[in-house]
Design a protein around this ligand. Structure first.
Ligand SMILES: Cc1cc2nc3c(=O)[nH]c(=O)nc-3n(C[C@H](O)[C@H](O)[C@H](O)COP(=O)(O)OP(=O)(O)OC[C@H]3O[C@@H](n4cnc5c(N)ncnc54)[C@H](O)[C@@H]3O)c2cc1C
Length: 400
């Protein structure tokens, strides 16, 4: 990848080439009224520390707000019809969703009521969420211990695993083929003139003029916002993943099971399973801290999994990693759209643990906003920065 931009000015400079930056770049190339120059600046094209390469790559429609359900419904349609969306290009593979579903388990009246309320929102938006009594859970999935469980909530339509890394590859590949320029460099400063960003300065020293700038910097979003003189309630939070094999694999697909403790575990194929979680003490992580917490697995996660699914008493960890969520401390939801005053600076931040599935809707919406100054498909304005300034959270009850 080149280090040097070909031009001195671009209509749009995207700061960060993870899935959000790449999705936006691709959707820009889909806008019929737009033939401007687009530059994507990526500080690490190996994506060694990006959220996108540490993801668990699942999608769900079990959210508590209608808009988040609709965002994921577009993801499901986009993933299942990727080739059609990408112009029927025969090189683009057919992708599917492995719809084992997410199974939320409630062990308290409060959480059971939350699941009931969420299901109403989801059904109204067209999702296929079912509530299950403990007996129904035991009959559909006999391997669970449901002694302490009051209610389960599951949706096995368009909810489960998808191949996010192939989606990421094709966003990048197709947008480059259509003229988007990606460079290996880092945005280190911005020139703000009153309420406009005039240019970005790269680590190499080059100054690049921009019509509009997009903050797609993942867990580093706050650093990019600072360069524009803005603050953002987004911070890196460490999230652990373990892949393990079971001595006796389950006889059917394991839904992505969210234990009442917050630990989650799911089908990973071939007799392997993927678990995730984080300690209650959940501080901001230094950007370069990806160390594992082995004690947390041994003393917390594995005992919880083995209690919930006794067949998982005999398991062997095969791989593990720590990744960073870009965690929105106000309400865990996306922060997107133009800054109310610095209107040529757009946010695309704070996706916590659901950004991979949100990338098609957020990339499409951001491209529409950049080109037309308004959304043309799904109205994403509730996610705008205004709510942050007004401290008006959109509370999402279904967070993992
Ligand atoms: C453990 C884990 C599990 C997850 N599981 C799921 C899941 O199952 N489903 C789901 O939908 N989502 C999941 N997510 C969330 C999802 O992966 C992220 O929300 C998504 O990848 C965010 O993409 P991004 O492009 O915003 O950020 P990133 O992928 O982090 O990309 C941002 C890029 O910006 C670059 N950058 C930063 N600053 C600069 C700068 N100044 N100049 C140039 N480049 C810069 C970085 O190098 C980086 O490559 C998970 C995340 C983690 C960590």
């Amino acid at each position: 990848m080149n280090h040097t931009p070909t031009h001195q000015t671009y209509d749009i400079v995207i700061i960060g080439g993870g899935i959000m930056g790449a999705a936006t770049a691709w959707f820009l190339t889909e806008q019929p009224d737009f033939d401007g120059r687009v530059l994507v600046v990526e500080r690490d094209p190996s994506y060694e520390f990006a959220s996108t390469t540490h993801t668990n790559s699942c999608m769900r429609q079990q959210f508590s707000t209608e808009l988040n359900v609709r965002v994921s419904q577009f993801a499901a349609d986009f993933v299942k019809n990727l080739r059609r969306y990408m112009g029927d290009d025969p090189r683009v593979p057919d992708l599917t969703i492995r719809s084992f579903g997410y199974l939320y388990l409630a062990d308290s009246d409060d959480f059971a009521n939350t699941l009931r309320a969420n299901q109403k929102v989801q059904l109204a938006a067209g999702a296929a969420t079912r509530l299950l009594t403990p007996d129904q859970i035991a009959s559909e999935y006999p391997f669970y211990n449901v002694d302490d469980i009051m209610l389960g909530s599951i949706n096995t339509v368009d909810e489960g695993y998808f191949d996010g890394s192939t989606l990421f590859d094709w966003f990048r590949r197709k947008s480059r083929e259509r003229g988007v320029e990606y460079i290996h460099n880092e945005v280190v400063a911005m020139a703000r003139n009153a309420n406009r960003i005039d240019s970005v300065t790269l680590k190499s020293g080059a100054v690049v003029g921009c019509g509009q700038a997009v903050n797609a910097s993942g867990p580093r979003a706050v650093e990019t916002a600072k360069m524009a003189g803005l603050t953002l309630p987004v911070e890196p939070r460490k999230r652990f993943t373990w892949v393990f094999s079971a001595e006796t694999p389950l006889d059917r697909d394991l839904p992505l099971t969210i234990d009442p403790s917050g630990v989650h575990v799911r089908e990973n194929g071939g007799g392997t399973y993927m678990a995730g979680g984080h300690p209650d003490h959940d501080p901001t992580a230094p950007y370069d801290d990806f160390t594992m917490d082995h004690g947390f697995w041994q003393d917390h996660v594995w005992p919880i999994i083995a209690t919930r699914i006794p067949q998982f008493e005999a398991i062997k960890v095969q791989s593990e990693w720590a990744g960073h969520y870009a965690y929105n401390t106000l309400d865990h939801n996306a922060i997107i759209g133009p800054h109310p005053e610095v209107s040529n600076f757009l946010f695309l931040n704070g996706f916590s643990g659901h950004g991979l599935q949100q990338s098609p809707a957020m990339g499409r919406g951001t491209a529409e906003m950049l080109v037309h100054g308004r959304y043309q498909t799904l109205d994403l304005t509730p996610f705008h920065f205004d709510r942050i300034a007004a401290q008006r959270p959109i509370l999402e009850q279904a967070v993992i």
